[in-house]
Design a protein around this ligand. Structure first.
Ligand code: AMP
Length: 506
């Protein structure tokens, strides 16, 4: 049998191969592949009844509930496209997504429908489908169309599976066009990397509305033949309980999520013992965090790097391998390129970097999206000729390990000396009283920019700004040590757990 060229056909192959195997679980409720397929078929009929057809965009404004994978499977069957919208988005943010994507309908929490209706003013949205809190699996809609048959629309590898919005560095969010071939490539490569089998239970800790949740959890499990375990919006104590109850074997989440799990006082090794592969990506990973989690839970968290525009994971630490640390920058390796991923490191002068020389990471290959939705200028700027300019500064060593030094735009310039915030944050994390740290540059008349740290202290710990500055001074060149440390109750974060350095700068 030839390899499937669409997500719908890959899903079909899985259903036929093992119809009774559990495909989805949510708080004790389980769906076999055949049951989930029947429900997705009924939802597809309901959506077709509302006029959804091939190429149409439908916004999913949902937490990690069963309606999410159901909707994706239903849309893919119709040849339609899921527009992933952060369910925390309110009026203005949602309006931009609906208007830009040309979505024909919205699937959201039933309790949000009335409040959000105005977000669809002067857009193509013709209907809203509400998902009730006590019915996150759309039982009524599915029952009303049970047994209805909608023919599977033939879909090609270059057709769109999802539009995933990314804020990037400037301007309003842009819709990355993740094709069926893009998603299938990630599922195949990352699935092989983590040695995924049908026995695996993938706990979706990352939000499904973000690329990593959608692809490296949902599509990975659904199409990869494993079980997808959901438990709504991420909550650390709930995550621990679900991992244990479902016997989760794999999870991927931001480092913030693992920091939050560390704060669950009662959680211990036994609760997480079923996990055999644990990955973190999306934001810099301090070595101190990896050490702390391993000492507490006996679990090695592996780094993985990806972007919305690279359809999630493209560089990752091999399973069971401890990532090396770059002797120069102190960064933990993000990993090695997945087989088939095109990697270049390009210097400021535009030439290929030598081993150990920093440069911008440029990606190519079948995981890179063909462009941004209806935005040829941004496409030409960010991915000319299919080469995705990531804006991330990396070094690659002679053995193929890749280290992310920092974001280009986050570099701080102190009297001409370049300071990478990540390096300063790593040192702050080594202090036992530091729970979270974020370092930014502040304009400074004398030095150009000054290094400023924002720190959240660990529960029950104390430290003064002066102490923390002294801690960094003994470990870093003087110009890198923060001039100021601000103790704060929390740090501004994106929905996916990235610390918003932009907000801190403002
Ligand atoms: P997004 O498109 O929201 O997934 O964000 C992608 C960006 O997240 C990348 O360009 C990196 O700056 C950052 N990122 C992703 N993975 C990692 C990682 N493992 N370590 C550090 N930064 C990361």
């Amino acid at each position: 049998m030839s390899a499937p060229t669409s997500l719908a056909s890959a899903w079909r192959a899985r259903v036929l191969a093992a119809p009774d195997h559990v495909a989805l679980s949510h708080r004790g409720r389980r769906w076999s592949a055949a049951e989930l397929d029947a429900d997705a078929g009924a939802l597809a009929a309901a959506l077709a009844g509302r006029g959804v057809g091939p190429g149409d965009r439908v916004a999913l404004h949902l937490q990690n509930v069963p309606a999410f994978p159901l909707a994706l499977l239903a849309l893919w069957r119709l040849g339609a496209v899921g527009v992933l919208a952060n369910p925390m988005y309110r009026d203005r943010e949602l309006h931009h997504l609906l208007a830009d994507s040309g979505a024909v309908g919205v699937i959201t929490a039933a309790s949000d429908v009335e409040a959000l209706r105005s977000a669809a003013a002067s857009t193509a949205v013709g209907w809203w489908l509400g998902v009730a809190d006590d019915d996150p699996e759309l039982t009524d809609v599915v029952a009303a169309h049970a047994g209805a048959v909608v023919p599977e629309h033939p879909v090609g590898p270059d057709d769109l599976a999802m539009l995933t919005y990314t804020s990037g560095t400037t301007g309003p969010p842009k819709g990355a066009m993740n094709t069926h071939a893009n998603v299938l490539a990630t599922v195949e490569r990352f699935g092989a990397w983590i040695e995924l089998t049908p026995d695996d239970v993938v706990y979706a800790a990352a939000p499904l509305f973000h690329i990593t949740g959608a692809v490296a959890s949902a599509a990975l499990a659904l199409v990869g033949g494993a079980t997808l375990a959901l438990s709504g919006r991420f909550d650390p104590a709930d995550a621990v309980t679900t991992i244990e109850a479902e016997g989760a074997t794999f999870t991927i989440a931001s480092i913030t999520a693992f920091h939050a799990i560390e704060q669950v006082a009662w959680a211990g090794r036994g609760h997480l013992a079923s996990l055999r592969a644990v990955y973190t990506g999306g934001a810099p990973v301090p070595q101190a965090s990896l050490d702390r989690f391993r000492d507490r839970f006996g679990i090695a968290i592996h780094n993985v790097y990806g972007m919305t525009e690279s359809t999630s994971a493209v560089v990752a630490v091999p399973l069971g391998v401890a990532a090396p640390v770059d002797p120069l920058s102190g960064a933990v390796a993000i990993g090695r390129a997945l087989p088939g991923v095109g990697i270049e490191v390009v210097t400021d002068a535009g030439s290929p970097a030598a081993p150990d020389e920093p440069g911008e990471l440029v990606l190519s290959g079948s995981q890179v999206v063909p462009g941004y939705w209806r935005n040829p200028e941004a496409t030409a700027r960010t991915m000319p000729e299919g080469r995705l300019h990531t804006g991330d500064v990396v070094v690659a060593d002679a053995d193929g390990w890749i280290y992310l030094v920092d974001r280009l735009k986050d570099q701080i310039n102190v009297s001409g000396y370049k300071v990478w915030p990540r390096e300063v944050e790593d040192v702050l994390y080594e202090h036992p009283a530091v729970h979270e740290a974020a370092v930014v540059g502040r304009p400074d008349d004398y030095r150009g920019e000054a290094v400023v740290a924002h720190v959240v202290l660990a529960a029950g710990r104390t430290a003064t700004p002066r102490e923390l500055i002294a801690h960094t001074r003994t470990r870093l060149a003087a110009y890198k040590a923060p001039r100021e440390v601000h103790l704060v109750a929390e740090l501004p974060k994106t929905a996916t757990g990235k610390i918003r350095r932009d907000d801190l700068r403002a």
